[in-house]
Design a protein around this ligand. Structure first.
Ligand code: DQA
Length: 139
């Protein structure tokens, strides 16, 4: 089973960025742990700060992979283009957020992509990614 973890803008700074909100662990370290935990899965990771690059990646994997775990960062709240890209592909996408966006500023309560995703997991810290993998495995 092939699963892509796709991270959007500013998530390259995990571990350094607002540790009170996003924790102090870098994503590379967490991704190594995920790979060890799921040795039978083909897990891939891609991060970009650019909306178009995220769309290109969804198109690239969206007809061959079994799932995408997608944290679109701030583009979650703004991007019709990402919603369209998720709708355009066959691979199921699970939206994830590290923080509980519903406990934060009002502008974070609205997601432009949730309606195109299979489901949403938010608020469990980095464990949100593992929970999304479990959701894909169970579906
Ligand atoms: C985030 C929440 C977004 O509102 C924010 O813009 C991010 C990270 C999260 O994982 O909690 O960049 O997606």
């Amino acid at each position: 089973m092939k699963i892509l973890i796709l991270n959007g803008p500013n998530l390259n700074l995990l571990g350094k960025r607002e540790p009170g909100v996003y924790g102090s662990r870098g994503f590379d370290d967490y991704f190594d742990e995920l790979r060890q935990r799921y040795p039978s899965l083909e897990l891939e990771y891609y991060q970009s700060n650019h909306e178009g690059a995220l769309i290109d990646k969804l198109h690239e994997v969206g007809f061959s992979f079994d799932g995408v775990v997608f944290n679109a960062g701030a583009y979650t709240h703004t991007s019709v283009a990402l919603q369209d890209a998720i709708r355009a592909i066959k691979t199921p996408v699970v939206e994830v957020h590290i923080s509980n966006v519903h406990q934060r500023e009002e502008f974070r309560h609205k997601s432009m992509i949730s309606c195109a995703c299979k489901g949403v997991i938010c608020g469990f810290g980095l464990d949100s990614y593992r929970l999304a993998i479990e959701a894909l495995l169970a579906s």
